[in-house]
Design a protein around this ligand. Sequence first.
Ligand SMILES: [Fe+2]
Length: 154
Amino acid sequence: MDIGISKKDREKIAQGLSRLLADSYTLYLMTHNFHWNVKGPMFNTLHLMFMGQYTEQWNALDLIAERIRALDFPAPGTYKQYVKLASIKEVEGVPGAMDMVRHLVKAQEATARTARELFPLVDKANDQPTADLLTQRLEVHEKTAWMLRSLLEE
Ligand SMILES: [Fe+2]
């Protein structure tokens, strides 16, 4: 295989994308979990807001995994691998509604950091499709973090 990126660079990019996939999956599941379990006066707003977020997140998983495959490396797809690769810690129990929002802000920001960390390598390797994917993911995570953060402010 020769797409103009060395095998070593493809491998390092695939590893970075695997960490992004693990964080994205963990964030997806956290958001869906909170959609199911949120309670309180903000129920309707948060239940619907979380649905929009986990639906977008779910679709993004496929794009990240298939970019890893296009670089000719296996995409991680088990909970065991995700726990090992993710920077986001799973939340225990059922937090209150506003604590759910706080957890999601942190998880959105963590996912943005994981995507951003990979940028220098992707730039150096001249990997435009991955740079494009990372740019799209950063835009979504930063915007969603802002929207969630706004719920916590007076
Ligand atoms: Fe639902």
